[in-house]
Design a protein around this ligand. Structure first.
Ligand code: ZN
Length: 112
């Protein structure tokens, strides 16, 4: 079974158990929505690391060096397998980036 199918299967089982859900902001698997990263004001809100799966988030968190936010694409672009930008969370990422830049610009413009 390909790795992606295993990942999907594991996610489906975990979700079916009701233990976790996808964060509505970053799509990481979490027991809460927004997840513990998105809802943590101590994380750097202006840095977003783009990863393929929630498993990558766990691996990066284990290193302990990263203090920003995440965006889980839930897959990778693969033209050979017919997986395009619409099949993964690219639209959501672009919308999120727009929001981050809007907030930064707004705070810059309102600084006196
Ligand atoms: Zn999140």
């Amino acid at each position: 079974m390909p790795k992606e199918e295993v990942d999907r299967l594991v996610e489906t089982i975990v979700e079916a158990k009701g233990a976790t859900r996808h964060c509505s902001i970053c799509f990481n698997l979490s027991a809460q929505d927004p997840c513990e990263f998105c809802s943590n004001p101590n994380r750097d809100q202006t840095t977003i690391m783009v990863v393929e799966t929630s498993r990558d988030v766990i691996a990066i968190e284990r290193s302990g060096d990263y203090k920003g936010l995440y965006h889980v694409l839930e897959g990778a672009l693969s033209p050979m397998e017919g997986i395009g930008a619409d099949d993964i969370r690219v639209k959501e990422l672009i919308a999120r980036l727009g929001m981050v830049w809007y907030k930064r610009l707004f705070s810059l413009l309102t600084q006196t």
